[in-house]
Design a protein around this ligand. Sequence first.
Ligand code: MG
Length: 280
Amino acid sequence: MARRGLLRRSIYKSPAQLRLMLEPGLATGAALDAMRAVVGAGVTTLELDAIAEQAIRALGGAPNFMLEPGYRHTICANVNEHVVHAIPTDRALVPGDIVALDAGAVVNGWHGDAAFTAVIPDHAYVERTAANQRLSEVTEQAMWRGIARLATASHLNEVGEAVSAYVRANSDYGVLEDYIGHGIGRSMHEDPPVFNVPTRKRGPEVKPGLVVAIEPIISAGGIDTVVEDDDWTVTIADGSMSAQWEHTVAVHDRGIWVLTAADGGASGLEPLGIRPVPFS
Ligand code: MG
């Protein structure tokens, strides 16, 4: 999940607190893996919601999106021009869809938050499939560039420079500015904000104890958004397709570790020359 308003709280966790974030991270990652295994044409987003909830509860967690006032689901399922905070439905996914699946878990009061985008291939309309795959891939790689920058950054807002520089160099896509990443810990949304574009300020120092959700949200067209009548679903105003990728990442005294990936982010970071370092 992403949001604009953020709670104020000390942003640097102790080593003991970082350890408490391992389990919710793994439960969140398991929910994404469970959805990744079954997502495809004919599957409804409500079915994916149930699968994600099961995966989180199997690891002793609870879905944390349900802690947001008025939200009753484990996931947000953002199909096509629905860009963020879309409620799962009984509509089956169809060939040609692009869907961002966002989930989070709370374990013992500590939170994880992550998302990935899936493209449902349409063999009768290969151009659309290829366009959606490209949109998802650029968004995913922008996320990994942002995470990789966190590993070497002195200040947090370098992440947004890396994200937007990658998108700019590889596409004419738009980086949403209305919805951003966030600190995470005893709440899903905490300070500091994590921008996906350059900002005037450098942001807080990147040092051990910082834990952030890095989540670029990218549009194939315009970046203006509207909130639908359900008060949750956010849509790209011009109807363009969109993609979102997200991981929760911890900075500790020996490096960074992607809490919501079973491999700590190695598969995405090692091609960029960054080796995630486990802690326990
Ligand atoms: Mg989030």
